[in-house]
Design a protein around this ligand. Structure first.
Ligand code: AP5
Length: 245
């Protein structure tokens, strides 16, 4: 009798298997990379992440997405996180550090990872470095999505998301082909509950007070690359590629 894993593979169409095989062969030649994307809400981290993920075969760990999934599933973690998230506050360091500690052990993170939205406090940064030191690794690069606060309100309030893939659209800057519909899957797009002008104010306040010190922390380690995140998305992609050479 076939094992459980074989039964699952038997059901996967050959074309999908071949595509995955080719992807893994391409990935084998890529250097390992452990990256942090840091920047205020709406600075473009979620827009650039899928591009970097595909280029370097990394896993994309977005703590905001992971927490929103836990809230939607009403897990014990999600119930604890919901109140802080609805107000635009940060959830506790211990909760988020636990999520990341688990996630970076996934097989999909074998070539490295993109941390998007983590670390967001100096304590999280220190704990992350301790975790990595235990594995004999460290952060290779921190991409700082530097941008003026004044630009962010329009970006955040016009954002639409395909929750399953993480693809991000904008009514003005990156509209989908059909309004409200994901270009690839044809599924509906959603708007985030915290993407309002009022909640953005507290998210920005948390960023300046709690997350900017993380940029100083990694600047002292000499691994921060500054991006001009106010530029159009394709220009930011070029800046990212140069920073990761
Ligand atoms: P999280 O989901 O991480 O939200 P965030 O940091 O506020 O970041 P965003 O996802 O809003 O911004 P983005 O930079 O990804 O923008 P995007 O590319 O989509 O966190 C949510 C909450 O979870 C937190 O408030 C907190 O409560 C909790 N949390 C998460 N991590 C935590 C942690 N480590 N510790 C504690 N709590 C934590 O772009 C925005 C829009 O602009 C899009 O519509 C896009 O199309 C458009 N756009 C993007 N780039 C450009 C460009 N270059 N030009 C024009 N438009 C652009």
């Amino acid at each position: 009798m076939a094992s459980g894993a074989n039964v699952v593979l038997d059901d996967v169409p050959s074309l999908d298997l071949m595509t995955e095989l080719l992807r893994r062969m391409k990935c084998a030649s890529k250097p390992d990379k452990r990256l942090i994307l840091i920047g205020p809400p709406g600075s473009g981290k979620g827009t650039q992440s899928p591009i970097i993920k595909d280029e370097y075969c990394l896993c994309h760990l977005a703590t905001g997405d992971m927490l929103r999934a836990a809230v939607a599933a009403k897990t014990p973690l999600g119930i604890k996180a919901k109140e802080a998230m609805d107000k635009g506050d940060l959830v506790s360091d211990d909760l988020v550090v636990g999520i990341i500690d688990e996630a970076i052990k996934r097989p999909s993170c074998q070539k490295g990872f993109i941390l998007d939205g983590f670390p967001r406090t100096s304590i999280q940064a220190e704990k992350l470095d301790e975790m990595l030191a235990k594995q004999g690794t460290k952060i290779d690069k921190v991409l700082n999505f530097a941008i003026d606060d004044a630009i962010l309100e329009e970006r955040i309030t016009g954002r639409w998301i395909h929750p399953l893939s993480g693809r991000t659209y904008h009514t003005k800057f990156a509209p989908p082909k059909v309004p409200g519909i994901d270009d690839v899957s044809g599924e509906p797009l959603i708007q985030r509950k915290d993407d309002t002008v009022e909640v953005l104010k507290s998210r920005l306040e948390s960023f300046h007070r709690q997350t900017e010190p993380v940029i100083d922390y990694y600047t002292k380690k000499g691994v921060v690359a500054q991006l001009h995140a106010e530029k159009p998305p394709n220009e930011v992609t070029i800046q990212v590629q140069k920073a990761l050479l």
